[in-house]
Write a protein that binds this ligand. Structure first.
Ligand code: PRP
Length: 210
């Protein structure tokens, strides 16, 4: 793994993965048969999320509040770390709402049909859409169209971007990491419901994927 120390802008993650100096990421025995390797260590995630919180704070500084719309389920840990940092370290007031978007179910490729479930009335105008990953971009496009239909002002924050060709009109305002085109899990992301609780971003073994 490469040692990384600049987290002030989107990190381009090499295929070998990244860690902080002195970190020794390893796959726990219980997951060793399923996981290829660690791509982004726990320490690197923490550092970049801290910087993302300050990027968001700068962008919303004038309006003084941010209405976080967390995309479930994958965005759960990223959003929870990001929002606590925004509240704890910046002058912005926050509100939190949730929306669930699913299209992969138990597969490693998208079904192409993005099902949205709202958790209630979306309050406020200055929305930060918080999503874990942009793969084909289908989910994010659907969510952004949904917010545009509601006439909301929003910015989009994603933790991981695979850098694949995007649908026209897809906007990414804050990106944590550009990653290689591999099936990743951990830190909220799953494969068939598993691995969400792993604290790092890992690559799932190809032979496991359907
Ligand atoms: C995953 C992920 C993103 C989406 C990205 O969601 O959490 O929302 O896929 O893929 P795309 O860019 O190709 O649309 P999934 O449908 O697996 O639901 P989950 O978040 O509940 O795991």
């Amino acid at each position: 793994m490469k040692i990384w120390n600049n987290f002030t802008k989107t990190v381009n993650v090499p295929a070998e993965g990244i860690k902080l100096e002195g970190e020794e990421p390893s796959i726990r025995d219980k997951y060793r048969d399923d996981i290829e390797r660690v791509l982004i260590s726990k320490g690197c995630l923490k550092k970049r999320v801290e910087h993302l919180a300050s990027e968001v704070a700068d962008a919303f500084e004038e309006v003084k509040e941010v209405n976080c719309l967390v995309v479930l389920k994958g965005g759960m840990f990223f959003a929870s770390d990001l929002i606590r940092l925004i509240d704890d370290e910046t002058e912005l007031r926050t509100r939190i709402d949730f929306i669930q978007a699913s299209s992969y179910y138990d597969k490693s490729t998208t079904s192409g049909r993005v099902k949205l479930r709202e958790s209630g009335l979306l309050k406020g105008e200055n929305i930060l859409l918080i999503e874990d990953i942009v793969d084909t971009g289908g989910t994010l496009k659907r969510l952004q169209d949904y917010l545009r239909e509601k006439g909301k002002f929003f910015k989009t924050c994603v933790l991981l971007d695979k850098g694949l060709p995007k649908s026209p009109g897809l906007e990414l305002d804050f990106v944590g990491f550009n990653i290689p085109n591999e099936f990743v899990a951990g830190y909220g992301l799953d494969y068939a419901g598993m691995y969400r609780g792993m604290p790092e971003i890992v690559i799932v073994k190809k032979e496991l994927l359907k």
